[in-house]
Design a protein around this ligand. Structure first.
Ligand SMILES: NC(=O)c1ccc[n+]([C@@H]2O[C@H](COP(=O)([O-])OP(=O)(O)OC[C@H]3O[C@@H](n4cnc5c(N)ncnc54)[C@H](OP(=O)(O)O)[C@@H]3O)[C@@H](O)[C@H]2O)c1
Length: 242
């Protein structure tokens, strides 16, 4: 079992990283200045005289509309940055946990399993899949495909025609925490039940007045149904907790 002190997290200031910090308070969470994933020599320097065993890579350029406007930055952070992280893990013998997205799937069928074919429909998802490619080349790794949001739904409108397995970030962080300390490798879907984004938003706070909106109203492509099958994750956790 890996100890908290042996864990290094990227993306510690982000939505998911902030929740993981509550679960693993004694792990290391360098800022993006101290540990900029696009600066490989800087990453090496940070590793000097440190003895980590696991690197959780949650840092990314995460806004799909901003990635559409600035794909070069997404290539730099999400693809090259993840490749740097994989090289670092390989050199220092660290286990890698890479956080990917349900958006790697085309979204035309839903209930996707880990080995279903991937085909992103927007540039953010292509960049996350680029990161997956690097992570897949490193055997001592876990790739987590997931989807989450803040515990309070941040918008006044929610898609009633987009299907998802999204859960609030606290729920997903708890599920991820159980997985990363285990002796597992490979791809895992970590998620909740299939529902529309509107149902998800109402599930967070039924009293909140949320209007319905369509994915067709957006000026960038949003996959229709990227709900995930997370039986593989559940089976592993059930087996371990027995
Ligand atoms: N939110 C979702 O619905 C969702 C769904 C599926 C997968 N994911 C994935 O889950 C992970 C976490 O997402 P999130 O929503 O928690 O992210 P977030 O809140 O947008 O935070 C992004 C994090 O990445 C860091 N970062 C950005 N560029 C960096 C760089 N060059 N070097 C080092 N750190 C850098 C940021 O640091 P600064 O604050 O210093 O900029 C921040 O800590 C991401 O990999 C994302 O792709 C998210």
């Amino acid at each position: 079992m890996i100890k908290q002190e042996e864990m290094l997290f990227t993306g510690g200031s982000g939505l998911l990283g902030s929740e993981l910090k509550k679960i693993f308070p004694n792990a290391s969470y360098p800022s993006s200045k101290e540990f900029n994933v696009t600066d490989y020599p800087g990453l090496e320097k940070y590793m000097e005289s440190k003895a980590f065993k696991l690197l959780f890579h949650g840092a990314a350029f995460t806004s799909p509309p901003l990635v559409e406007k600035d794909p070069a930055k997404a290539i730099e952070v999400n693809i090259s940055g993840t490749a740097n992280i994989v090289k670092l893990c390989s050199k220092h013998g660290l286990k890698l946990v890479y956080v990917s997205t349900d958006y790697v799937f085309k979204g035309d069928k839903g209930n996707y399993k880990e080995d279903d074919p991937v085909f992103p429909v927007n540039k953010y998802a292509w960049s996350k899949l680029g990161g997956e490619c690097a992570a897949r080349m490193y055997d001592n790794s876990i790739i987590i495909r997931t989807t989450f949001g803040p515990s309070i739904f941040p918008y006044e409108k929610a898609f009633s025609d987009q299907w998802t397995s999204r859960e609030s970030v606290g729920v997903i962080a708890g599920m991820i925490a159980k997985l990363i300390v285990k002796d597992a490798t490979g791809v895992f879907h970590v998620c909740g039940k299939r529902k529309t984004v509107f149902e998800y938003a109402k599930g967070l706070d039924n009293k909140k007045d949320i209007k319905k909106i369509s994915i067709k109203d957006m000026n960038f492509k949003i996959p229709r149904d990227t709900s995930l099958d997370c039986k593989k994750y559940k089976k592993l956790i059930e087996r371990i907790e027995k």
